[in-house]
Each structure stands twice: as C-alpha cells, then as structure tokens.
Write a protein that binds this ligand. Sequence first.
Ligand SMILES: Nc1ncnc2c1ncn2[C@@H]1O[C@H](COP(=O)(O)OP(=O)(O)OP(=O)(O)O)[C@@H](O)[C@H]1O
Ligand SMILES: Nc1ncnc2c1ncn2[C@@H]1O[C@H](COP(=O)(O)OP(=O)(O)OP(=O)(O)O)[C@@H](O)[C@H]1O
Ligand SMILES: [Mg+2]
Ligand SMILES: [Mg+2]
Lengths: 284, 284
Amino acid sequence: MRRLAVINQKGGVGKTTTAVNLGAALANVGSRVLLIDADPQANLSVHLSVDIFHIKKSVYDVLRGEATIADVVVKTSNPNLDVVPSHIDLSGAELELASMMGRETVLREALRDVDARSLAREAPPIAPAPGAVTESATPEPPPAGAYDFVIVDCPPSLGLLSVNALTATAEVIVPVQTQFFALQGMSKLLDVLRLVRRRLNPTLRLLGLLPCLFDSRTNLSQEVLAELRAHFGERVFTTAIRANVKLAEAPSHGKHIFDYAPDSRGAEDYLALAREVLARGEQT
Amino acid sequence: MRRLAVINQKGGVGKTTTAVNLGAALANVGSRVLLIDADPQANLSVHLSVDIFHIKKSVYDVLRGEATIADVVVKTSNPNLDVVPSHIDLSGAELELASMMGRETVLREALRDVDARSLAREAPPIAPAPGAVTESATPEPPPAGAYDFVIVDCPPSLGLLSVNALTATAEVIVPVQTQFFALQGMSKLLDVLRLVRRRLNPTLRLLGLLPCLFDSRTNLSQEVLAELRAHFGERVFTTAIRANVKLAEAPSHGKHIFDYAPDSRGAEDYLALAREVLARGEQT
Ligand SMILES: Nc1ncnc2c1ncn2[C@@H]1O[C@H](COP(=O)(O)OP(=O)(O)OP(=O)(O)O)[C@@H](O)[C@H]1O
Ligand SMILES: Nc1ncnc2c1ncn2[C@@H]1O[C@H](COP(=O)(O)OP(=O)(O)OP(=O)(O)O)[C@@H](O)[C@H]1O
Ligand SMILES: [Mg+2]
Ligand SMILES: [Mg+2]
C-alpha cells in the first residue's frame, strides 16, 4: 500500500484538486484508493459530495482515538475510491493534540489497521496443502479496507495535522502554483520534510513537485516553471497541471473531473499524473 | 486610528495582495499606514522587499513580548507606509502562545503603545493660553509611530495568530475568491468572528467581503459573485478586484501595484477599494 501526502503551506495552490483528481485517476485505472481529508475546511469531502453536516464521525474522531478508519470511511460513486471525511470541528484538533503523548503519530497508528488489511490482500494466496479441498478459483474480493493507495490532503499550514500526515505516509507530492510566492515557501517546507524524516519517519521521501494552475499564456507562469525545473530538476513532475476552468467547476457539482468533464484538459493532465506516479513507483 | 484584519482561512484568495495594495492605495491618498505581517509564510514582507533572512527582530519577537512594534518597524519606499515584518520562526508561535496567559490578546497589547501615539497625533492641538508665545504655525511632524490605519495580514487558518489579529483590530475585510470553495468556508469564519466578538473583542465588525481574482470571462466567477451578493448583500464591497497578471507579477519585483504598474486594472481596483474603505469609515 502506497501512502502519499499532498502538502504545501502556501494556500490555494491546488492541493485538494490534486488529491481528488489524482485519486480518481488512479481509481479509474484499477487501483483501490483511500482519500483522507485532513483539512478542517473539508474541501475534499465536499468536492466528492460528502454531506459533512450530517456525518456522525470523521477524521476528527480518528485522531482523538474514538473511531477507527473503517468506522468513518464513506463510499463514492466509484467503488475503487473511498473517503475519510473531515469535519469543521477538526480546526480545534491542533490545540487538542498539542498535549497528547506521541501527538504527531496518531494518524500513522490509525493507518496501521488499514495497512494490515491491505497487506493481507497483497500477499499471494497461500498455496493450499497438497490434497486439501479448495473452493472454486474465483478470486477473493479484497478484504474491506484493502487499498493500493492512501492519499492525504493537508491544510495550508505546517502544524500538527500536516505533521501527522507526513508521519503517516512515505511519499510527498507538493503542488506548486506557477506564481512568485511558490518558490518562497519551498525552503521551509523542505526543512520540515527533513526534520520529520530525522525524528519521526525515516521512510519519508519527496515524490515530486507538481506545477499547478499553469497558464501558458503568461510569462510569469513560464518563468516560474523554468525556475522550478532549474532548481529542482528531476524532482519536478514532467506533468504540469494546466489552468482549466472545468477543474474549478467540478467541485460545485460534487464530482471529480472524470465524472464532470472527462474530455477536458484537466482530466487529461490528472490521468498523465497518475501514470507518472505509477511509473515513479514506491522505492522499496 | 483604524485597525483592520484581512482574513480568510481558505488559502490563496488574495489576502496578502489585498493587505499590500489596499495599504499602498491608502498611503498614496495621504493616510499613514502600518502593515503587520502575521503570516509565517512572510509573503507580505517579501512582497515589499523586506529582507526577512537578515532582519534581527520581527512580529515573532513582539508576540513573545521581547520587542515593541516600534523596535521592529521597517520603512518602505513610501514614507506613509511602514511594515512590521514576519519571520519563518513565526510558524512555531502558535504552539508557543498556546500556554501563555491571555494568549489571544498579545498583539492587542502591543498595539496599545502605537495607538496612544496615534491618538496624540489625532488630538486637536491644545489652544495656547492667551498671550503665550507661540512658535510659527508649521504643523508638527506626526510623532513616530502615529498611524491612521493598521492592517494585519493573516495566515490561511483560524488559529492563534489569526485570533490575535481579530482581537487587536476593530474591522474585518474578508477576501473571497469567486470560485466554488469560497462560499463553503464562510459560515465557519463568521462563527469565529461572532465568538471573538462575544469573548474577546466586542468592537469587532465585518467591514466587508471583497470579491478577488474575479474573472468576468468565466460563468463560474459570475455565478459565485452573484451568489455572494444575494447572500450577503451590503456586506459585499461594491469594488470587485479583477484577475490581473500585473498583481501576480508585482511581488516578484518587491513592489506594490502602484510602483510596479500604476496604470493597470489592479491599481485601479485597489484605489477604488481604498476610496470605499474610507467611505465606509469607522462607525464611531
Ligand atoms: N488547474 C486548475 N485550473 C483551474 N482552477 C483550479 C486548478 N486547480 C485548482 N483550481 C481552483 O483553484 C482554487 C484553489 O485550489 P485548491 O482548493 O485545490 O487549492 P488548495 O491548495 O487545496 O487550497 P487550500 O490551501 O485552501 O487548501 C479552487 O477554487 C480550485 O477549484
Ligand atoms: N487579482 C489578482 N489577479 C491576479 N493574481 C492575483 C490576484 N490576487 C492575488 N493574485 C495572485 O494569486 C496568488 C494568491 O494570492 P495571495 O498570495 O495574495 O493570497 P493569500 O490569500 O494571501 O494566500 P495565503 O492563503 O497563502 O496567505 C498569488 O500568487 C498572487 O500573486
Ligand atoms: Mg485544500
Ligand atoms: Mg497570504
């Protein structure tokens, strides 16, 4: 099971849009995907039509240890795509978590249970003992909660919710708007990744910087993209997500881009990203 | 002295762009303006060419009670526009503040000193006693630190830094991107304003919702703007800030829009906003 965090403390750069549509693209090509909304704004949950005002439990309860991930998971229109929704109360979680023991590791602990079930699915079926009666060869449905990908959407900050996401995952995608402020915050973010790797999660690695809201008509966008590639080289995804109004319209219909506008540039770009994420595969 | 907070927990909606350019517009029409950068990303500081890596003290020291605002103020190219810069260390401030007594009121306390000096400037000169020798009638230069406006730029969250800003100010401007997620977070933000008014700052009022990044070419922008005006009526500024690439380019030159592109739509819109803010004047 691959675990990805989508993070950037700079606001409005395309984190939620990326988590939703990358998740949907991976689900469409056959992966089982769990999206976790770790942002109190609950944009990801609303983007996928979760009625956040009437759900009983959310990621907030998971972080307080009062529910498991299996308790709060919500299905979407795609059987391969599930969501752990957020809730408005989550905005109080950072202060509540601040005094808990191992406060940065709560989400990781909650994901252990999910991981175990996914491993059970990944493990090759144990060859039956010679002569044992075996049932027909129809493949077992995956155990509930078995996933190929878990993707966590982070709030625009480097507080305890984001650190929980970085401790619970192994790979990081950093959406970067191709505008001036994009480069400014990178050094701080990379410092935090290094610190988390040293103190909390040695397996954490940067999967890539993802250029988002790229508008090829403006010099600014072109210049920032060129600067990103010059600075970070291979660590920038080949795929750049172009500005496309369909991506901004899709959330108001409660749909990801493949259900809302499957022939749009946005759908094309996120499918290309999914293929690139699969190709960059987990370094085991 | 009018004290304004520019806030919205949704990221990337134009908070910093508004604080900088509204401040500059007010300064250009003769008001003395102090901008306070309360965001650890320090985008406002960099936008106005403050070298955040080499300043000794910042708003971080003010919040810890180790410096006054007068100690950290930085001048800009415009004599009417000063900045209290941010610093990358500010991102640790929320956890540090969490256990301090009166943690939400630290910024308000720091501004008291500034306010006193501004009052001294506002007070009509005391009429000299009859027969007293008076000096020539040249107007006194304002005492250092005397301002007509203080504008605080907030991070994209409703944590302790933002609550400090809401406790230290009397008027709130909420930049709202004319996109779907804009409406989703409003109810939470208005709840927080009510709570701060009830518990910490009875004078706090909403000055207005400011449509930002408005792109008249897309239906989405038009629809969201129409919905904002339908929902919030008078509380939406008449001025809408149009999407204008010059506004996105200005920060990479370390200038506000009036120094970078004085004839642009961006300059026009922020000047119109300044006039509207002056017209909406403080309800005394
Ligand atoms: N490629 C794109 N083309 C057009 N609009 C986009 C694109 N990506 C994102 N958007 C829009 O831009 C806005 C910001 O995107 P999004 O909410 O995904 O960013 P975010 O980083 O998750 O924001 P926050 O920091 O508040 O969590 C949204 O209104 C979204 O619909
Ligand atoms: N009217 C506009 N036209 C074009 N670009 C704009 C406009 N307003 C803001 N921008 C650009 O959009 C991006 C987001 O704006 P800004 O940084 O001011 O938002 P913010 O709300 O302060 O973000 P954060 O939540 O990260 O603090 C920046 O790259 C900025 O240059
Ligand atoms: Mg988001
Ligand atoms: Mg900002």
